[in-house]
Design a protein around this ligand. Structure first.
Ligand code: SF4
Length: 352
């Protein structure tokens, strides 16, 4: 495949970087300090270990202030009690919380509270060591690292994802998975991951990405990154097992054509045998996430109309709004058919 032209993506640079004094005492906190300093970013130290100054006069102002702030803190004790994350993995753990991009459907709106600042955990080595306590005997245990952040979005400022991949390469019977929309993969390609790591790229129809995924690299550059990650090491690639997370799937006007274009581009890029999976996630929202997203993006064109959705209850009684049954059926059979037909060796892990 010939490399296709994609617009260069500008790496995120925070306007404000704050370290808590405790975080700065950690060797990994120190290494982040050096990386941030190399970009000449202004650095503050919060001696009382609290990050303040994240709120503005309006919700939108708070959003803007928080989203341009990088805080380096120690993760609290609760970060050492891992929770399951079906159907994605056995357990989730976190390198950071928050993300510098501006997706108008962002799933973090329903899972994190408070101003959406980006918090990186300086005690990452302790978090990683703790994972050993969660290994399930007699089988491979899977760990998901992208529930509360896009870990690659911060890699140029922290190096934490590379450290995490290296940690997993030394663990037997443990598997790391994460998903990203970002494409600065050069530092990951040369790591000897020993097939213990699966990198998934989140993809969507071009129009959806252009309108709703501000602050992220283009879909084509994500596809190129996926190819590079999957290519065998002997061909200059990363040799990683890879995955595609199609999310959030939306039946926009002419959706079949839009998603066909995407799948065709993917097929052209992955023109060699590779270890590939798909995860298919339709758009959904909760009353709480809608409320937050409308504060963050008051002019959004994202459809969140309860009257054309159906209610789905989760096992704790929470409400979410999903597409009606007939639409879900049509979407599901379209994607399953097209994927099986174009990528016969790829597994579809789940549809939701
Ligand atoms: S890249 Fe993911 S985590 Fe970041 S804003 Fe978009 S949806 Fe949210």
């Amino acid at each position: 495949m010939q490399a296709r032209f994609t617009k260069a993506f500008k790496l995120w640079m925070p306007r404000r970087v704050v370290f808590t004094a405790d975080a700065l005492q950690k060797p990994y906190g120190q290494s982040i300090y050096e990386m941030v300093k190399s970009y000449n970013l202004p650095i503050e130290i919060a001696n009382n270990n609290r990050i303040t100054g994240l709120r503005g006069k309006t919700d939108r102002e708070t959003y803007q202030i928080a989203k341009s702030t990088l805080a380096i803190v120690n993760a609290p004790p609760s970060a050492f009690k891992l929770r399951p994350i079906p159907p994605s993995a056995d357990f989730q753990f976190h390198l950071a919380e928050g993300c510098p991009a501006h997706c108008q459907y962002c799933y973090l709106a329903g899972s994190l509270t408070g101003p959406p600042a980006i918090r990186v955990f300086a005690n990452l080595p302790d978090i990683l060591e703790n994972l050993k306590n969660y290994l399930i005997p007699q089988r491979t245990t899977t760990f998901e690292a992208s529930c509360y952040t896009d870990p690659l979005s911060l890699e140029h400022l922290t190096g934490g994802l590379g450290k995490t991949i290296e940690f997993f390469s030394g663990l037997s019977h443990a598997h790391l998975r994460f998903v990203t929309k970002f494409t600065s993969i050069d530092s990951l390609v040369n790591i000897n991951h020993k097939n213990n790591v699966q990198i998934r790229l989140s993809l969507n129809a071009h129009t959806i990405a252009r309108v709703l995924e501000s602050g992220t690299p283009s879909v084509l550059s994500r596809i190129n990154a996926l190819r590079q990650l999957a290519l065998p090491k002997a061909n200059g690639g990363g040799g990683y097992p890879i995955g595609v997370v199609l999310a959030p799937i939306m039946p926009i006007p002419k959706w079949k054509q839009a998603y066909l274009t995407l799948l065709q581009e993917l097929q052209i890029a992955l023109d060699f045998p590779c270890n590939l999976t798909f995860e298919l996630i339709t758009h959904r929202f909760t009353p709480g996430s809608k409320d937050i997203l409308l504060k963050w993006y008051p002019n959004t064109t994202l459809e969140m109309d309860e009257t054309i959705r159906i209610v789905k209850k989760n096992k704790f009684g929470g409400t979410k709004y999903v597409y009606p049954k007939e639409m879900m059926k049509e979407l599901k059979s379209f994607f399953e058919f097209e994927i099986k037909h174009r990528f016969p060796n790829a597994a579809i892990l789940y549809w939701t």
